[in-house]
Write a protein that binds this ligand. Structure first.
Ligand code: AMP
Ligand code: TRP
Length: 346
């Protein structure tokens, strides 16, 4: 007993340089929303920070899925990340289930996570409502696994789309409660939102662009004619607004096209913004400019993606190497966490 009391508490090891962590689910084709809201930021941030990007397969299995297809989906998600510019030399790109510490930490964090807070998560409520065969505990605990993902690396910068902000606030609460109960261990993570943190579906701009709704998205690897067709078919207004209209008040479909224009054709943006307030805008023209800008921006990504998926062994090697690097950090954090929770002697 005496020995324990006089032992100094283990010092929290906080990384000297902020770390970046983010994840993407291997649930379907990666689309423009993922790219604008998340991936594009990841590519920027990796230049400056130690970065961890994770294909979150254990999150993907919380909704009905096809086991025989999961490995291919993981490969495609990894290839899309690499094709979009994630550099495996700079960043640690890996598959969540290859690092078992994620699930161990999740269990431990479950003990400091109020069920009531999980039940209040918007995404949980939505998915639970849509679920046809009852609600499984994995769906409820999804955000606890997400907290474990980030806290395992003591990451503080979490670049995501707007739909993830609530999950990140929850992981801050979990980290704070852990720190209060067991001693200062985790720095508090923060969401990093980019412009276009919420890209809407082109065919129904009141809903967000989503992998699980075919027709709602333009895949990052879409072929040029499909891109043109989908942009042409995007929902806008029947005609231009009255003169003096403000872009802030534009309908969701028009606003969405302007967001995309600002990202992919910034030089054309002011001209169309002016035409909008003048009431002279022609949406068909805007769509044409936007479609060509998208075709041009996505062409190299599509090309790299095709090359990568034709060499799956290379991608799997990269992912295995990534998991080894991730594990070094994950194991160190778990040692500290187990000690603090009394699961190991000091
Ligand atoms: P998911 O496809 O749910 O795994 O999401 C991966 C990342 O893309 C997360 O950071 C999301 O917030 C982001 N994301 C997904 N859909 C959109 C969207 N429609 N607009 C902006 N960001 C999005
Ligand atoms: N839940 C996130 C999404 O659907 C994916 C994710 C899992 C994530 N773990 C994460 C995002 C950790 C940021 C940090 O988009």
């Amino acid at each position: 007993m005496e020995r324990v009391r006089t032992q100094p508490q283990p010092q929290a090891t906080v990384p000297a340089v902020p770390r970046v962590f983010s994840g993407i689910q291997p649930t379907g084709l990666i689309h423009l929303g993922n790219y604008v809201g998340a991936l594009r930021q990841w590519v920027e941030l990796q230049r400056q920070y130690e970065s961890y990007f994770c294909i979150v397969d254990l999150h993907a299995i919380t909704v009905p899925y096809e086991p025989a297809e999961l490995q291919q989906r993981i490969l495609e998600a990894a290839a899309a990340n690499l094709a979009a510019g994630i550099d495996p030399e700079r960043s640690v790109l890996f598959v969540q289930s290859h690092v078992p510490e994620h699930t161990e930490l999740m269990w431990l964090l479950n003990t400091v996570t109020p069920v009531g807070q999980l039940e209040r998560m918007t995404q949980y409520k939505e998915k639970a409502r849509r679920s046809k065969h009852g609600v499984m505990a994995g769906l409820l605990n999804y955000p606890v696994l997400q907290a474990a993902d980030v806290l395992l690396y003591k990451a503080t910068l979490v670049p995501v789309g707007e739909d993830q902000v609530q999950h990140i606030e929850l992981m801050r609460d979990i980290a704070e409660r852990f720190n209060k109960t067991f001693g200062e261990t985790f720095p508090l993570p923060e969401a990093r939102l980019s412009k276009g943190a919420r890209i809407m579906a082109l065919n129904d701009p009141t809903k967000k662009m989503s992998k699980s709704v075919p027709g709602s998205y333009i895949a990052l690897t879409e072929d040029p004619d499909e891109i043109r067709r989908k942009v042409r078919a995007a929902v806008t207004d029947p005609g231009p607004p009255a003169q003096g209209a403000r872009l802030e008040d534009a309908s969701p479909g028009v606003a969405n096209l302007f967001t995309l224009l600002e990202v992919f054709a910034p030089e054309a943006y002011p001209r169309f913004a002016e035409a909008y307030t003048d009431g002279t805008i022609r949406y068909s023209e805007l769509k044409q400019v936007l479609a060509e800008a998208l075709v041009e921006a996505l062409a190299p990504i599509r090309e790299r993606y095709r090359r990568l998926v034709s060499r799956p062994d290379q991608v799997w090697d990269l992912l295995r190497h990534g998991a080894e690097r991730a594990r070094m950090v994950a194991q160190a954090t778990m040692e500290e966490v187990r000690r603090r929770m009394g699961l190991r002697g000091a």
